[in-house]
Design a protein around this ligand. Structure first.
Ligand SMILES: *Cc1c(COP(=O)(O)O)cnc(C)c1O
Length: 489
């Protein structure tokens, strides 16, 4: 094992700065155009040289793990390598220096890009119309379930229930509940939707069924057409959680599978950077019967001119300021144009091939629940390790010592000691083999080493819950908390 993460003695930039911000460090050239009452004299930022800022962030990045420095098989998250050309084009001034309040006549290029991206997503998703506004997959679900509600409202129907399978991502029930629906969880059978159980669960109270296909076990729900029939016969809608779209591009589409509403995670399938809560994009596509309900404005194209259409009386309104996360949309557009239709097909083919390759090499060492072929990801059970007193968490932590990001663990909930591996299409056979070899080596190691791992990283075993329970988002907040603590001491 040759991996060792760098350890730097980094302090906060605010602490490194010996020169407080001064009035003349702030460029006041815009002052002529802004009234004095709204003009700040100085920004409360540390006054540092570029050199020190770059050093700070490079050092921090070396104490971290990302898609640029190794395999990141975090199942369900599609942490593929993001081509740099997408970032480069997103940094062009024609992208960054335009303002969403400019007159549409002055941003024709941007409107065209978004209009064409909507068209590409319609084709990939097999849907009739797409909105680009939602900022994430979960936000797409929230938007989509609002569309469900508006659809039933428009028919004068009050349906109270959204059904989700027990393999669903936690955002599915959360989104349905946020829109005000009761959530009914459907137990699976052999890792798939139990169609008979669904049939008895569906009623005139069912508003929608939310499904991921391939599901979170990486198994393709082959009964999907029958499932769609059950929902549609009852007057309900079928919602596609598009997080796993990387497995099926050009092979089939949610539209072909009879889904009514689809969200796309551009930051997963379409290679825009994600993680750490940064900007993403969760466009939503719909079949014709739901198009009039989509958020405003819609981008329209007529007589060679792009414009914004707000005159949509049935629209659910706005779900996001302006057009959504535009720079993310630009990256996804570049990625799709660069791949082309054939490229996207081979993305999915290679994602599925890589996943099955790793699965075949690892299934004897762990336990593979449900003996089916997998799509772009697969879920193992770490149950055999339990006999040695080793948990999936310990195994995942030890992988960090070998220079690999950990897989998703303990999800989906229906697999005991779940280890969810998504290698993605961007990894070479050499990398996949090195990962498999590391997994095989780890399970032969002394359990004591695993239980105290990681050892080769900048930080050791962290309190997993602290950051979520004791949230400190800024330096100012941190100082305030320190002050409170010393006052109360
Ligand atoms: C990632 C994911 C989501 C949520 O998407 P975000 O963009 O993270 O909000 C929903 N469902 C599944 C299956 C996912 O993997």
């Amino acid at each position: 094992m040759r991996y060792h993460q760098a350890v730097h003695d980094v302090s906060m930039l605010f602490e490194d700065c010996d020169k407080p911000p001064t009035e003349d460090s702030f460029d006041n050239t815009v002052g002529g155009r802004l009234p004095d009452t709204v003009l700040r004299k100085a920004l409360d930022l540390p006054d540092l040289q570029e050199r020190d800022v770059v050093k700070h962030f490079i050092n921090l990045s070396q104490m971290n793990f990302g898609v640029d420095n190794g395999l990141y098989p975090l199942g369900s998250c599609t942490m593929k390598y993001n081509p740099k050309i997408c970032d480069e084009i997103a940094s062009w001034s024609s992208v960054g220096d335009i303002h969403p309040l400019q007159d549409p006549s002055t941003i024709q290029g941007a409107l065209r890009l978004m209009y064409e991206l909507e068209g590409f997503l319609c084709e990939i998703g097999g849907v009739d119309a797409v909105t680009l506004q939602p900022a994430a997959g979960a936000h797409g679900e929230f938007t989509g379930i609002h569309l469900v509600k508006a659809y039933h409202d428009s028919k004068g129907e009050k349906r109270r229930e959204v059904i989700v399978p027990d393999t669903a991502h936690g955002t599915n029930p959360a989104s349905a509940a946020m829109v005000g629906y009761d959530v009914l969880e459907l137990p699976s059978k052999d890792g798939c939707v139990d169609v008979e159980a669904l049939r008895s669960a569906v009623s005139k109270d069912t508003a929608a069924f939310m499904l991921t296909n391939p599901n979170t076990l990486g198994i393709f729900e082959k009964d999907v057409k029958e499932i769609a029939g059950v929902l549609h016969d009852a007057g309900a809608l079928l919602y596609y959680d598009g997080a796993n779209l990387n497995a099926i591009m050009g092979k089939t589409s949610p539209g072909k599978m009879d889904f009514d509403i689809v969200h796309f995670n551009l930051h997963k399938t379409f290679a825009t950077p994600h993680g750490g809560g940064g900007p993403g994009a969760g466009p939503v596509g719909v079949k014709k019967k739901l198009e009039e309900l989509l958020p405003v404005p819609r981008i329209a194209f007529k007589d060679g001119i792009y414009s914004l259409d707000y005159d949509r009386p049935k629209s659910i309104g706005k779900v996001r300021a302006f057009f959504g996360n535009y720079a993310v949309l630009v990256r996804a557009y570049v990625y799709i144009r660069m791949q082309g239709g054939k490229g996207l097909v081979s993305v999915s083919e290679n994602a599925v091939l890589n996943s099955n390759y790793v699965k075949e090499r690892l299934k004897e060492d762990f336990e593979l629940p449900f003996q089916d072929l997998r799509k772009h990801e697969f879920v193992l059970s770490g149950r055999p390790l339990k006999a040695k007193g080793v948990r999936t968490l310990d195994f995942a932590k030890r992988l960090l010592d070998y220079g690999f990001h950990a897989p998703t663990i303990y999800f989906p909930l229906i697999v005991d000691e779940a280890i969810m591996i998504e290698p993605t299409e961007t990894e070479s056979k050499v990398t996949l083999d090195a990962f498999v070899d590391a997994c095989k080596a780890i399970i032969k190691e002394d359990p004591a080493i695993l239980k105290t791992a990681p050892h080769n990283t900048a930080r050791k075993r962290l309190d997993e819950a602290k950051a979520a329970r004791d949230m400190i988002f800024s330096w100012r907040e941190y100082e305030k908390k320190l002050g409170q603590r010393s006052n109360s001491a």
